[in-house]
Design a protein around this ligand. Structure first.
Ligand code: ZN
Length: 506
């Protein structure tokens, strides 16, 4: 097979092309598409998804894998190739276990559930959404049973987003986080609150964009292979490493909403842009289980990169010492009378709130913990969907000390469940923890430390590129973490960082 194109590469390349086209249609739907096109776009995406599934589980790719595995020798140079073949084979086996009828049922339910959820959320009426969520839970239970698990059905669902993670490991992680975070929150809340009015002054959107993008480029986001658009919910999406787009949302009277979201999405984008070019259109840039073109190793590893740039760098004291002057120059009328210290305190406010996506760093993980506890209990059948508003309110009271005023600000706030995504929430906290671990290790490299001091972020990005980005999906998140930091998932660096910050806020 020397001069002929390799059959496996051809099939994976075709699959990746279709998945990139789906991503592009999705990007268009969220940035440019007129509302009237929604139904037809749904049909187009469904057709392409069917095509992708056909390629991913088809005869041609199975035969190509079997044939090539047969002929593969044991030389170390063959290890990467073997891995691509075996990983793909394993993903096809998981797809095989989920009956086609269940896939179709889940897809149909998703379209309906998202519509009803949006209406229920607007009306703050959980009862409207309840029957749809009940069907979603039943389907997800069947999917968990089909995928298989050793200890808990929730383990099967987590696998789709974070390979290797289990509920048991999450529970011990959460226990350490609770023990570490609660005293920090108490300390922070015992202090005078910062001046948030400063962030609500007038910040013209064009200047926000310009400043946010300048910093994103300093972080290493390459605009020659990227672009920024405006959407309701910020996101990042890629169509190979050569075209990695981000979106943001800007409000003239709320400065942090725009800036930090851009740096978050830029962190995701830098990851995708940094995947080894040799992996383009390969198994190592293709998530076969979720039928998604992506170079990141897992949802959690992806989130580690976004949270690292958003919080570990973007909310640090040194960062604002270096860049507050430039921010003031962009907004002289609003920031001329505000010193850097006042501003830094405002963007690091600790304030328990109802909405996860607006939560501060110290309370954020409690939003995740309460959702994961609810999801695991739902999938195990320990609690009923109809009781969710009450259970939600109890947990928000316990973890955040707040009384939920209505379903909109409570159980209905997130889109995930309506999209059939049960098992993805843990990856937000995993990302926080991994991001801090990677950052703590990176800072030990003298050139990275010097760069963070002087405002040159490229040594940090090069470190991340070498240890994380370039590997694409050729290593598991656990392997990357061990390769980069020498240890497994460990919340200690995260808790240390937050405790240093609370001390600085004194
Ligand atoms: Zn993210």
């Amino acid at each position: 097979m020397t001069s002929r194109i390799n059959l496996f590469d051809r099939e994976i390349g075709r699959l990746n092309d279709v998945l990139c086209a789906i991503n592009l249609l999705g990007w268009d739907a969220r940035t440019q598409m007129p509302a009237g096109a929604a139904r037809m776009r749904g049909a187009q995406v469904a057709t392409l998804t069917g095509l992708a599934r056909g390629i991913a589980t088809g005869r041609a790719i199975r035969d190509a894998i079997a044939m090539e595995l047969d002929g593969l020798d044991d030389r170390p140079e063959s290890a990467l190739r073997r891995r691509a073949l075996l990983d793909t084979q394993a993903a096809i086996r998981i797809a095989d276990r989920i009956p086609e009828s269940l896939v179709v049922e889940a897809a149909a339910l998703k379209t309906e559930a998202q519509q009803v959820w949006a209406e229920a959320r607007t009306k703050s009426d959980f009862a409207l959404f309840q029957p749809l969520l009940e069907r979603t839970v039943l389907i997800q239970r069947e999917i968990a049973a089909a995928i298989g698990y050793a200890a808990h059905p929730y383990d099967a669902l987590i696998q789709q987003y974070e390979p290797g993670m289990t509920l048991a490991e999450l529970q011990s992680l959460f226990a350490r986080l609770k023990a570490g975070l609660l005293p920090l929150i108490d300390t922070a809340l015992g202090r005078p609150q910062p001046r948030l009015d400063v962030l609500e002054r007038s910040y013209p959107v064009d200047a926000q964009k310009r400043f946010a993008l300048e910093i994103a480029q300093k972080f290493g986001y390459d605009l020659k292979r990227g672009r920024l658009d405006v959407t309701v919910h910020p996101f990042e999406v890629s169509f190979t490493r050569e075209d990695v787009r981000i979106t943001g949302r800007f409000r003239e009277n709320w400065l942090p909403g725009g800036l930090f979201a851009i740096w978050h999405e830029a962190g995701h984008g830098i990851y995708e842009q940094g995947v080894d070019p040799a992996f383009t259109r390969s198994a190592f840039a293709t998530d076969i289980i979720n039928l998604y073109a992506v170079g990141g190793a897992s949802f959690g590893m992806h989130e580690s990169q976004s949270r690292l740039f958003e919080n570990r760098v973007g909310r640090s004291h040194r960062f604002w010492e270096l860049h507050y002057g430039a921010l003031q120059t962009n907004f002289p009328a609003s920031l001329g009378d505000i010193d850097m210290e006042t501003f830094w305190r405002a963007v690091n406010v600790v304030r328990p709130s109802f909405i996860r996506v607006e939560a501060d760093e110290l309370t954020y993980d409690f939003h995740v913990i309460l959702r994961v506890e609810i999801e695991a209990a739902l999938i195990a059948g320990d609690i009923a969907v109809k009781d969710l508003p009450r259970i939600w309110a109890e947990k928000v009271k316990t973890y955040l000390g707040l009384t939920v005023p209505d379903d909109t600000q409570g159980v209905l706030q997130d889109v995930h469940w309506s999209a059939g995504m049960i098992g993805s929430f843990p990856t937000y906290t995993i990302g926080n923890v991994m991001g801090a671990q990677l950052f703590a290790t990176a800072r030990k490299a003298p050139e990275v430390a010097a760069g963070l001091q002087s405002g040159d972020y490229l040594p940090l990005t090069r470190w991340l590129n070498h240890h994380v980005h370039r590997h694409g999906r050729s290593k598991t998140p656990g392997e990357i973490l061990r390769f980069a930091t020498g240890s497994g998932l460990d919340p200690a660096p995260y808790l240390e960082d937050l405790s240093e910050k609370v001390a600085l806020l004194a």
